[in-house]
Write a protein that binds this ligand. Structure first.
Ligand SMILES: [Zn+2]
Length: 269
């Protein structure tokens, strides 16, 4: 806030203020107006709807969601490695592919995929004070729609896998087409997740986390695809970058929850 000019124009927003709903620069707008982009009252942006002021339930939900997402992702990675290891080991011992074992790994992966989606569902809980303005954060709504789409695809693929394993070879083309759909849902889901995390970073608030999320929104897919032919190094690097960013959010949620608890105690005592 500029102390020198503030007196003459108290009714106009200044100081580089951004809308709490959508991040639109609202400088110059009347303080009793609404954001032209998402319709949220300017007054709410002036108070700043930071995470520290959000309800403990909301904070707990985000924190648990991030823990679940990270855990599921790590276990999925381990499962992929274990499946590749056992596949190679059996190959070296002269066995053909052990279908039943590969099926077990595949179904563990489906289960972990479900947990991952559940974690993200928790992570994309609406900020209670913005519940009445779903247009305030379109990325969050898209994250959830794509989670639903991914869950449906996951279920259909698991079913297909089961039928294929019982000898329904005629389903192979459908299975391949499903894989393409899954990749599209993944990519779209990933990008919207990054945009949502960039929005969330503003509530933390943390500029470097916001910049990282916006960077990864395009860098992640590029590294994933370009590096895919290099022994799958690209996808691995992309997953590690994704994991690191989510972990920074987990730490931030934990820190904010602790700070919030401390404040509440101080207020009571
Ligand atoms: Zn707005």
């Amino acid at each position: 806030m500029d102390e020198n000019t503030g007196r003459e124009s108290v009714d106009v927003v200044q100081g580089g203020t951004r809308c709490v709903g959508c991040g639109y620069a609202i400088d110059g707008l009347p303080e009793d107006g609404v954001c032209p982009e998402c319709g949220i009252e300017v007054e709410r942006s002036l108070k700043g709807e930071l995470m520290l002021k959000a309800s403990p339930e909301y904070l707990a939900m985000l924190h648990r969601g991030s823990v679940l997402t990270l855990t599921a992702l790590l276990l999925q990675l381990l499962n992929v490695f274990a499946s590749a290891f056992f596949g190679m080991a059996f190959g070296m011992m002269g066995y053909g592919p052990v279908v039943s074992l590969l099926l077990v790994f595949a179904f563990v992966q489906f289960g972990l995929g479900g947990l991952f989606l559940l974690g993200w569902w928790m992570l994309s809980t609406p900020l209670p004070s913005l519940k009445d303005a779903p247009q305030a954060n379109r990325a969050r709504v898209w994250v959830r729609w794509l989670l639903v789409a991914s869950a449906v695809l996951l279920g259909v693929r698991a079913g297909l896998m089961l039928v294929l394993s019982m000898g329904g070879v005629w389903l192979d083309p459908i299975s391949m087409a499903m894989l393409v759909l899954v990749l599209v849902a993944w990519l779209a889901g990933y990008v919207t997740q990054m945009l949502y995390l960039a929005w969330l970073a503003r509530r933390v608030p943390d500029t470097s986390m916001r910049k990282r999320a916006l960077l990864l929104a395009w860098l992640g897919p590029v590294v994933f695809i370009v590096g895919a032919p290099l022994l799958f190094l690209g996808p691995l690097v992309a997953v590690v970058m994704y994991w690191n960013l989510l972990d920074r959010f987990r730490q931030a949620f934990k820190r904010i929850r602790r700070e919030r608890l401390r404040q509440d105690k101080a207020a009571k005592g």
